[in-house]
Design a protein around this ligand. Sequence first.
Ligand SMILES: C=C1C[C@]23C[C@@]1(O)CC[C@H]2[C@@]12CCC[C@@](C)(C(=O)O1)[C@H]2[C@@H]3C(=O)O
Ligand SMILES: O=C(O)CCC(=O)C(=O)O
Ligand SMILES: [Fe+2]
Length: 362
Amino acid sequence: MPSRSLLADAFRACPVHVHQKHIEFTSLQEIPDSHKWAQLDDDEQHPLIDPVITESVPVIDLRDPNALQKIGHACKTWGVFQVTNHGIPTSLLESVESASRSLFSLPIQQKLKAARSPDGVSGYGVARISSFFSKHMWSEGFTIVDSPLEHFRQLWSHDHTKFCDTIEEYKKEMQKLARRLTWLMLGSLGITKKDLKWSGPTDESKKGSAAIQLNYYPACPDPDHAMGLAAHTDSTLLTILHQSNTSGLQVLKEGIGWVTVPPIPGGLVVNVGDLLHILSNGLYQSVLHRAVVNRTKHRLSIAFLHGPPSSVQISPLQKLTGPNHPPLYRPITWNEYLGTKAKYFNNALSSMRICAPFKWSG
Ligand SMILES: C=C1C[C@]23C[C@@]1(O)CC[C@H]2[C@@]12CCC[C@@](C)(C(=O)O1)[C@H]2[C@@H]3C(=O)O
Ligand SMILES: O=C(O)CCC(=O)C(=O)O
Ligand SMILES: [Fe+2]
């Protein structure tokens, strides 16, 4: 594992102060006004779609000989897909889920010992994007960048080692899968390792950076007026999400509305992130998604946020630009992009556009 990644420096210059009292969700019989959102299904522009009667997010078996082409199609049309036969052992997914469950079950005072600082990236707290909303979200999060040792020692003074080992193993396996998926996603656009200067296979400094986000959504007495995690795109190349067996993830499909991504046994959700959208010069969409909550069941999700080495400049790949397709975005590093996102949130991409968007044909 690389010692300390530059990603930890990303928010030093743009601290996020979220003025939110930490509450014990489970003790509440009704949602307080601070957490009450407008009726979620009232959005006429983006209605909620029943996945049984409409299209659903593609499920791709990585052993399928046509996986490359199916992945390319999913990235262009949905910006998200689920993968099966991905090689991550079920036992590891269960261990990381169980570690997350233990973490969020701790008393609030204990969790706050590992609270994320306003200018930090790692630790316990609300989602960074909370500062953009007047209402609070019905969730708790824990972000891991680099080693979780110090925070885990504060949470569990005696048995933190086993939780650290689980996270390290998860990071190692997910890193491999993320690199494989990146090549499949870029490969279906005709991009090879030669086209990407920072793609060296072994050099530590060229390995992508990553963060792990543990999300916990307690059961909620009024789920239609609560938001687990508000609509956002991920500031990554790609995100791999494991969700516990309760549904809650929804993605916005253009021209259709919010579509639920149901948990499937052994499946992992893969989102196209903003940096892959930039690399692909707009061919792949970074998917807008959100998490809703459930009246009786709590839900956990574990996101592996995969990015490039944090100091590498990301810009539209030369092979995907030309007279009819000029570069849509200026070059930017992952760290700079996280700063831009912290400032402009869902307008971050448009803030770095250098030419008017165009439609790709085909
Ligand atoms: C690498 C990162 C992406 C992220 C910000 C972070 O530094 C670590 C947490 C990530 C996360 C997870 C929940 C949703 C999200 C929007 C947020 O508030 O924190 C993402 C951030 C992102 O993708 O922009
Ligand atoms: O919990 C989910 O389904 C979504 C989580 C998510 O979008 C994230 O962690 O970035
Ligand atoms: Fe996300």
